[in-house]
Design a protein around this ligand. Structure first.
Ligand code: SF4
Length: 395
């Protein structure tokens, strides 16, 4: 519900960024003169880009309307993830001409294809690949990842003209930690003020952390938190809190529409397990060791989305834990069209959550829908309406 909550200069900026993070990154480059490095995955370690003197532009999605573009279709089959297709379309149409490089952390098949296609189709924007260990639990995972991070750092430094070493990476870790901590505090503040914090602004703050330099994003997020604390973001009275609540889970969320929809239907989002969300900060970076070891340790500790499978991993169980902690009975899972990793995971997640008494709502999105109107809104409204009504046959 954009504009329904407090208007402050900082919150206005956050809302603008949420709607067009690409423009925000382009402006940041103009203001600071720093190179901008594109990132398609939340696995891309920001400290590497910061240490290389750059700004990370983590794509939350392509711009609206690029999903069905014909340029990308010449490279990707039509039934491939619209997120990657829309990013490629933007690159091919020239909308990403402000990028100085791309850093891919190899995760799902489509992203690996995107990296290969990028090298051929857009050679003017150089690509660095960082290959994660297939098995993060193996005894050789840390050594392997350290060698990969060292190689990728050299290649990234060659693009930006700034060498990544212990000193630059150590300072970058501190800068990034401030941003991650501010997002974590925002999550705590939202939880404490349930239902009275605009979900769209929360989303915007996460996006701001993913397309601005840390010295700009951390104060912006801090301003949002201050607005929560001072009650400026409060739009309802204490006794008018939403009765319904959920957590969001999945890959990336394209545009703020899903947040706006849940705000509009008075469904509180108490937590999430999303790439541009909790997974931005939900990992332990070891406090000891060299900066390179700390970056590697943080990557190995990340809560994995569907793109990583480790033996014994129980993603449904983890979502069940999040739901229990947040005291919610529903998980809303927006699934981007043709995203195979999450589509494969969904049946197991649903079964596991239902064993825990948690309902799952799968929302397949093609990227072009107006989520606050039409079929998607009807489905979400009907789903939560059933919860409000309760079990009609329970007499
Ligand atoms: S995980 Fe899914 S949404 Fe993300 S890039 Fe891969 S296929 Fe696309």
């Amino acid at each position: 519900m954009i504009g329904f909550f407090a208007v402050t200069e900082e919150l206005d900026r956050i809302r603008e960024i949420a709607l067009d993070p690409f423009a925000a990154a382009r402006d940041a480059k103009k203001r600071t003169g720093k190179p901008v490095i594109g990132a398609v995955s939340s696995w891309v370690p920001d400290p590497l880009v910061i240490a290389a003197g750059g700004i990370t532009m983590r794509f939350p999605a392509g711009l609206p309307g690029r999903e069905g573009g014909t340029r990308a279709r010449a490279h990707f089959q039509a039934a491939s993830c619209f997120y990657c297709r829309s990013i490629l379309e933007m690159g091919l149409e020239g909308s990403l001409d402000f990028l100085d490089g791309m850093l891919f952390v190899q995760s799902c098949d489509t992203q690996q294809n995107l990296s290969d296609i990028w090298k051929v189709a857009m050679p003017s924007v150089p690509v660095v690949d960082l290959y994660m260990p297939v098995n993060r639990l193996s005894s050789g995972a840390l050594d392997y990842l350290l060698s990969e991070i060292a190689r990728a750092s050299d290649e990234l430094g060659a693009i930006t003209g700034t060498k990544i070493d212990d000193d630059t990476l150590g300072s970058a870790l501190i800068e990034r930690f401030k941003v991650e901590r501010s997002i974590e505090v925002l999550y705590e503040a939202r939880r404490a003020c349930e239902g009275r914090v605009c979900a769209v602004d929360h989303y915007g703050a996460c996006i701001a952390s993913s397309c601005l330099p840390p010295e700009e994003s951390a104060p912006l997020i801090a301003a949002a938190i201050e607005a929560v604390g001072s009650g400026e973001m409060v739009s309802r009275s204490e006794d008018d809190e939403p009765e319904l609540a959920c957590i969001l889970a999945g890959s990336v969320i394209p545009y703020p529409g899903i947040y706006a929809l849940l705000d509009m239907l008075d469904v509180a989002i108490r937590d999430d397990d999303l790439s541009v969300g909790r997974r931005l900060f939900d990992h332990n970076v070891p406090s000891g060791g060299s900066p390179f070891e700390r970056v590697a340790g943080g990557l190995l500790d990340r809560s994995p989305g569907a793109v990583k499978h480790d033996t014994g991993m129980d993603r449904g169980g983890r979502l069940g834990e999040l739901a229990r902690d947040a005291n919610v009975k529903h998980v809303v899972l927006p699934l981007l069209k043709f995203c195979d990793p999450w589509a494969w995971d969904y049946p197991r997640i649903r079964k596991r959550l239902s064993e825990e008494g948690v309902g799952t709502m799968l929302l397949e999105l093609a990227g072009e829908e107006d989520l606050t109107a039409g079929p998607v809104r009807n489905r979400v409204e009907a789903y939560f309406e059933m919860d409000r009504v309760g079990d009609l046959f329970d007499v």
